[in-house]
Design a protein around this ligand. Structure first.
Ligand code: SAH
Ligand code: SF4
Ligand code: F3S
Length: 446
């Protein structure tokens, strides 16, 4: 076996896991990641089961890969991630040509699973939840990163919102120890990474062992990482409003390196629906926290997740969600129609919202958030932004692409060798999905 192909669905934590799988298999089996699945000796599908469609996608994708199995020698096919965790044996029975099924917490055992599959000629399934073992067994990170990198610091969820599969597929909340995270971030910074995004299903529920002073909460982890030389920008996602405490709000005021942008999922602007969702927060507390963050960091921007058409959502409930959007002026969202998921309590609630109403509400919500995003983009025209250059732009070789502090993409012409630098760019134009700008060489910030 020489070549590996990985296809990833779902959240950034899955993207991080896929990267780590590639690093692990490069070390254990000398596998090289290729972009063409037809060339691969091992195909891995890292799956997501957050909504119904995501799951159907898995079966469709495996259908596309089926003809590869006719080849001599046939490549191995492995399925990991949240659908694997949820479906387990069922997935293997439904798709008998799958060789390996592994879970989000057993990906580090892939080298052994591959060897066992080759030795025994029988499919291998390992969906255990051995917390933290994964991180202990993954190799150090080799240097092939751009200027931005993800680092998972927390996994799992104890919150059990009534609509959500994540607590069932990803297991209970746990946090990596502080020294582990510091070591990984240091390594990445040594390799030229300048922006780190800390990941977790509930990243701000982080509480990790520290060698010296017992456990550290999330705000202290941020303070610890902010001191590392070379770090220019720190982000984190996804947060739960209930874990956004006073200390974390204070950290947003103290740490210049912390980006002035926060993704804070709210799901609905109606207290009645939030109760039915078992979110354990109400709209007033959510707004108070937004207010407190704006007090310590006036330029902070917010994005959020919304579900429309949750069972029992009335016109008034939806109107309350639209009011919340006006109050916060979110400028980005991940918003979807409610999708019934296996093993979740919301399945028992009567799905009262007709499909066309769900469609209409989603279109209204997304339309308004797009307008707000456009308004904000236009307001940026004429300002000078600190832009972290992520690489050459896709459109032209003489153009660069980078990110503003609030995570908007900017394209601008500029001299060679800017990748990984923080530069000053004057915003000249707001396009629907990006900004255009003018490089200001004398104002370069690094
Ligand atoms: N832990 C994060 C979100 C993780 S899931 C939080 O609590 O906010 C990512 C998003 O998927 C959720 O915020 C929710 O908006 C969406 N989602 C989860 N289950 C869903 C379902 N059954 N139907 C539609 N959207 C869903
Ligand atoms: Fe799912 Fe709720 Fe946990 Fe987020 S907090 S992962 S929405 S159960
Ligand atoms: Fe999907 Fe699992 Fe992430 S369900 S969103 S891959 S945690």
């Amino acid at each position: 076996m020489r070549r590996l192909y990985i296809k990833t669905f779902g959240c950034q934590m899955n993207e991080y896991d896929s990267e780590r799988i590639a690093e692990l298999l490069a070390q254990s089996h000398g596998l090289e990641w290729v972009e063409d699945p037809a060339l691969a000796d091992l195909l891995i599908l890292n799956t997501c089961s957050i909504r119904e469609k995501a799951e159907d996608k898995v079966y469709t994708q495996l259908g596309f890969w089926r003809p590869y199995k006719e080849r001599e020698p046939a490549p191995l096919i492995a399925v990991g991630g949240c659908v694997a965790s949820q479906e387990g044996e069922r997935l293997r029975r439904r798709v008998p040509f799958v060789d390996i099924v592994f879970g989000p917490q057993t990906l580090h055992r892939l080298p052994d699973l591959i060897d066992a599959r080759l030795a025994e000629a029988a499919p291998q399934v390992d969906l255990a939840f051995p917390e933290l073992e994964k991180f202990d067994r993954l190799p150090q990170r080799p240097g092939r990163h751009g200027p931005s990198a993800f680092v998972t610091v927390q996994e799992g969820c104890d919150k059990f919102c009534t609509f959500c599969v994540v607590p069932h597929t990803r297991g209970r909340e746990y946090s990596r120890p502080v020294p582990d995270i510091v070591r990984e971030v240091r390594q990445l910074l040594d390799q030229g990474v300048r922006e780190i995004t800390l990941l977790g299903q509930n990243v701000n529920a982080y509480r990790g062992a520290s060698g010296l002073v017992g456990e550290l909460g999330f705000a202290d982890l941020l303070r610890r990482l902010a001191r590392l030389p070379g770090l220019m920008r720190l982000r984190y996602t996804t947060s739960h409003p209930n874990n956004l405490d006073e200390d974390l709000i204070a950290a947003h005021g103290e740490l210049a390196v912390l980006a002035p942008h926060l993704h804070l999922p709210v799901q609905s602007g109606s207290d009645r629906i939030l109760r039915r969702m078992h979110r354990k927060h109400d709209v007033a507390t959510y707004l108070q926290k937004i207010q407190a963050l704006r007090q310590v960091r006036p330029e902070i921007r917010f994005s959020s997740d919304f579900i429309v058409g949750f069972p029992g959502e009335s016109d008034a409930d939806f109107a309350a969600t639209m009011d919340l959007i006006e109050a916060v002026r979110f400028d980005q969202s991940y918003s979807f129609k409610y999708s019934p998921r296996p093993n979740t309590p919301a399945l028992k609630l009567k799905d009262t919202v007709p499909e066309p109403v769900k469609e209409e509400r989603l279109a209204i919500l997304q339309g308004r958030i797009n307008q707000l995003a456009q308004e904000y983009s236009r307001a940026l025209v004429g300002t000078v932004q600190e832009v972290l250059v992520t690489g050459p732009s896709r459109r032209s070789a003489e153009e660069w692409t980078g990110k503003t502090p609030c995570n908007r993409s900017v394209n601008f012409p500029g001299p060679a060798g800017l990748t990984g630098q923080m530069v000053a760019v004057e915003i000249t134009e707001a396009l629907p999905n990006s900004l255009r700008g003018r490089f200001l060489p004398l104002r370069a910030v690094s």
